[in-house]
Design a protein around this ligand. Structure first.
Ligand code: NAD
Length: 491
């Protein structure tokens, strides 16, 4: 449902606004934090920061709205989500620019993410009135038993900064469609597009108080939110370290929780793979969003007999990657902030100290002296115990390892604590299906990276990548609970 742009981008997006949305109003607060362009270090706006006391206010606002929203017909909830999706498509260039500048990704990357967000809203809108329970068998006609789906009540949703529009839609849409009120905490690192999306939700007719937003430093605000006794369900997306803290907080109140954490996803390339298809996709999988995706293809595992050719082609393609600021709209942008730049550079330096070979990159690209730029980097690894092959780097850094046969490929692919996505490159359908059942990951792609072409593909996880049914139809069930009803018929 793409329509003409409602608000075309004429100037660079500003970061000046409130980050606190409670009871249908944006509230100004005393302190603020800057929005900083990752390509230049320039401050382009300020967001007034939510106070810790706002957690109580936001939860109270959501609780006050929750009952009426839960009793609103699911078709009406779906209609509001559908109107929201339409507004997202109408405003997609403005939204894309906000995400691109805030995160540092190329404008076309922002556009793709906003289109995905709109599609998720649209898909979920259609599911709002199709969630059903079951009629249960009974011992005699004198009984009747059924189950029904009910919302949790008030959901806390805590998000990271890397793909804010997609994650906002992927969590908010099923939470709202299932009849929950929400307190949402975007990452303070890149919240701009989420604030704009929330404005559009209001415009679509979402009642005041059903969605509340708090923006501020996570360790205070996020920790207070997820340990609040007025929260009935937590959805957390972020790092493993923070995920553990959030789960501990959830344990105190026995709050149900879904967590979507990090990844170390392998591209497994067999001797019979179509390299013309595989190589560009592998390169994209680690350079898109400068490798700052949970499902980034950060491990290249290649069958030894084709390893030299594959490595040479991947290195050649990665050295051609064009790097620039968001508005230059090239292949890859900078890392999101100096902390991330230092972290990723430090992991590369540490790997070289462990005996890993630097094949490409590892430093700032030529001519990019300011901002958080890091050149696409390839590391060749022979020691399977090198720490770098198990750590989530979250940057444009690819490790390359070789395997001998299918069993060896499986050992390598399953050799980390993560289990998000695995991509299998082969023309042998039996091998592809065997691998897809043996690899410990929530999602498998064969001869493509990620889930292109599949509508409503669940974003599932295994091992320390988390546990949830993110995205797709099942997400509606994640954001609702089942009630069982048993009736004795009298008379
Ligand atoms: P992070 O864990 O540092 O922060 C995530 C969110 O938690 C932020 O909003 C932050 O403010 C908040 N937070 C921080 N401390 C908190 C606390 N003690 N209690 C509650 N909330 C707290 O992660 P990040 O750096 O923003 O994002 C990068 C990570 O997110 C990577 O590990 C990436 O793999 C992961 N990620 C996962 C998925 C997925 O679907 N599996 C998607 C995107 C990103």
């Amino acid at each position: 449902m793409t329509t003409a742009e409602k608000t075309p981008l004429t100037t660079a997006p500003s970061g000046d606004h409130s980050g606190t949305f409670i009871g249908g109003a944006w509230l100004d607060r005393a302190t603020s934090f800057p929005s900083v362009d990752p390509a230049t270090g320039e401050t382009f706006g300020h967001i007034s920061a939510s106070e810790v006391a706002d957690v109580d206010r936001a939860v109270a606002s959501a609780r006050a709205a929750a009952r009426t929203w839960a009793r609103t017909s699911p078709s009406e909830r779906g209609a509001i989500l559908g109107r929201w999706a339409g507004l997202v498509f109408q405003n997609m260039h403005r939204l894309a620019a906000l995400e691109a500048r805030d995160v540092g990704k190329p404008l076309s990357g922002g556009l793709l993410n906003v289109q995905i967000a709109g599609s998720i809203l649209q898909f979920t809108a259609g599911g709002a009135d199709k969630m059903t329970g079951a009629t249960l068998p009974t011992r005699s006609p004198d009984y009747f038993g059924f189950t029904r789906r009910e919302p949790h009540g008030v959901c806390a949703i805590v998000l990271p900064w890397n793909v804010p529009a997609v994650l906002c839609a992927a969590n908010l849409a099923p939470a709202l469609a299932a009849g929950n009120a929400v307190v949402l905490k975007p990452s303070e690192v890149a919240p701009l597009v989420i604030h704009a999306l929330v404005e559009l939700a209001e415009e679509a007719g979402l009642p005041a108080g059903v969605l509340n937003v708090l923006t501020g430093v996570g360790v205070e605000l996020g920790a207070t939110l997820v340990s609040h006794p007025g929260i009935d369900h937590i959805s957390f997306v972020g790092s493993v370290a923070t995920g553990r803290l959030v789960m501990q907080a959830a344990a105190q109140n026995l709050t149900p929780i879904k967590v979507e954490l990090g990844g170390k996803s392998p591209n497994v390339v067999f001797e019979d793979a179509d390299l013309d298809v595989a190589v560009p996709a592998i390169v994209r999988s680690i350079t898109e969003n400068a490798g700052q995706n949970c499902n980034a293809g950060s491990r290249l595992l290649v069958q030894a007999c084709v390893a030299d050719e594959v490595r040479a082609r991947v290195v050649a393609a990665m050295s051609e990657i064009r790097i620039g600021a968001w508005h230059e709209d090239l292949d890859m942008g900078p890392l999101v902030n100096p902390v991330q730049h230092e972290r990723v550079s430090g992991l590369v330096t540490g790997a070289l100290g462990d005996g890993v070979e630097l094949v490409l990159g590892g430093e700032r690209p030529a001519g990019r002296d300011e901002g958080n730029f890091l050149a696409p980097t390839v590391l060749s690894v022979t020691d399977r115990n090198a720490p770098i092959v198990g750590q989530e780097i979250f940057g444009p850094v690819l490790t390359v390892e070789t395997f001998t046969d299918d069993a060896d490929a499986l050992d390598l692919a399953n050799g980390t604590d993560f289990g998000l996505l695995a991509c299998i490159w082969t023309n042998d359908v039996s091998r592809a299906l065997r691998m897809s059942s043996e690899i410990g990951a929530g999602q498998i792609s064969v001869n493509q990276f990620s889930d292109a072409g599949v509508i409503g593909m669940p974003f599932n996880m295994a091992k320390q990548s988390g546990f949830s049914a993110g995205n797709g139809y099942r997400a509606l069930y994640e954001f609702s609970r089942e009630k069982a009803v048993a009736v004795k018929l009298l008379g």
